[in-house]
Design a protein around this ligand. Structure first.
Ligand SMILES: C[S@@+](CC[C@H](N)C(=O)[O-])C[C@H]1O[C@@H](n2cnc3c(N)ncnc32)[C@H](O)[C@@H]1O
Ligand SMILES: [Zn+2]
Length: 299
């Protein structure tokens, strides 16, 4: 008997059989090649027009460096880890949507090693870094988080999403009753000192989490109060440039005038300041798929 993959067929949601160089769907016969043990789960012919290639190798590397600089104790990361560790039990299946270089999965696996971790990303470069970093503590699949997810319905305990795209209907479908969706984003005041000076850079939109909560509620999920932190935290100029070049902002940064940003790190006499306090506004939304009421027979 050949082993069954933890992934499901992205086309028909059938079981996937593990072969040496591919995963093979037991239902529809589709085959998904493995590259460095990572299956390419992007089903042919269902590409969405607005779907890009994901992060470039340079962006994925910078993202990893910025995570290392901030570390898991940084207030924004601690806020997310605290919420996640509240809901990840031993044996839980945790899926990270748009996992990038896998730093978050590594932090989770260090703290709750008894859970099973899966990262999805569309960018091969990010998955290569993730495999080297979080390595054997997680498994990875190349998939678009904006199409049908490669998991059977009601099989995932925790879906986590940090600054990456998602398809909320799919989040609701794959969550087990009682399962949680934990979404991290930066608020509209995050790094306002930078974004206000450089209006050409894309920034967080105010309505994002409210719109998302309303959508999740329509899908039948119970929304918990959003956890927010807002702090003044000193940052160096290289750290800020590293983060901006790890973001979608990277696609715009060469076209905008960064001089007003550089001036932030100059004092009145024109000297250089090592650190400047910037507002960090981070938000975590948790939504729970209710456990069906056993007293109510299914309709
Ligand atoms: C801003 S990064 C966040 C990465 C990671 N979650 C983190 O917090 O460090 C966005 C990630 O989403 C990925 N991505 C973009 N579009 C995607 C899609 N359609 N499907 C899956 N991943 C996607 C990018 O490759 C990138 O790794
Ligand atoms: Zn199939």
């Amino acid at each position: 008997m050949t082993a069954t993959s933890p992934f499901a067929c992205p086309t028909c949601l059938g079981e996937l059989e593990e072969r040496p160089d591919a995963l093979l769907c037991r239902e529809c016969g589709a085959s998904f090649a493995l590259a460095n043990d990572v299956p390419d789960l992007i089903a042919a012919g269902v590409r969405i027009a607005s779907e890009g290639p994901g992060d470039t190798p340079a962006m994925a590397w910078r993202r990893q460096r910025f995570d290392v600089l901030r570390g898991p104790e940084a207030p924004e990361n601690a806020l997310l880890l605290e919420r996640l560790l509240e809901v990840i039990d031993d044996g839980a299946l945790v899926v990270d949507l748009g996992c990038g270089p896998g730093t978050l999965l590594g932090w989770l696996a260090d703290r709750r090693p008894g859970a099973q971790y899966i990262g999805l990303d569309i960018a091969t470069a990010a998955l290569d870094l993730a495999r080297r970093d979080a390595g054997r503590r997680a498994i990875y699949g190349r998939a678009s988080t904006r199409r049908q997810y490669p998991f059977a319905s009601a099989t995932v305990d925790v879906v986590v999403r940090r600054l990456a795209p998602a398809l909320l209907d799919e989040v609701a479908r794959v969550l087990r009753p009682g399962g949680r969706y934990v979404r991290f984003t930066f608020g509209p005041r995050h790094w306002a000192e930078v974004y206000d000076r450089v209006p050409g850079l894309p920034r967080a939109r105010e309505e994002t989490l409210a719109t998302e909560a309303a959508h999740l509620a329509r899908l039948g999920l119970a929304i918990e109060p959003v956890h927010t932190i807002e702090r003044e935290i000193p940052f160096s100029r290289p750290a800020v440039l590293l983060a901006l070049r790890a973001n979608p902002a990277a696609f715009h940064i060469n076209r905008v005038d960064l001089e007003p940003l550089h001036r932030l790190w100059r004092d009145e006499e024109g000297g250089r300041r090592e650190h400047v306090s910037l507002t960090v506004e981070a938000q975590v939304l948790v939504a729970r798929r209710p456990v069906a009421d056993a007293s109510q027979p299914p309709a």
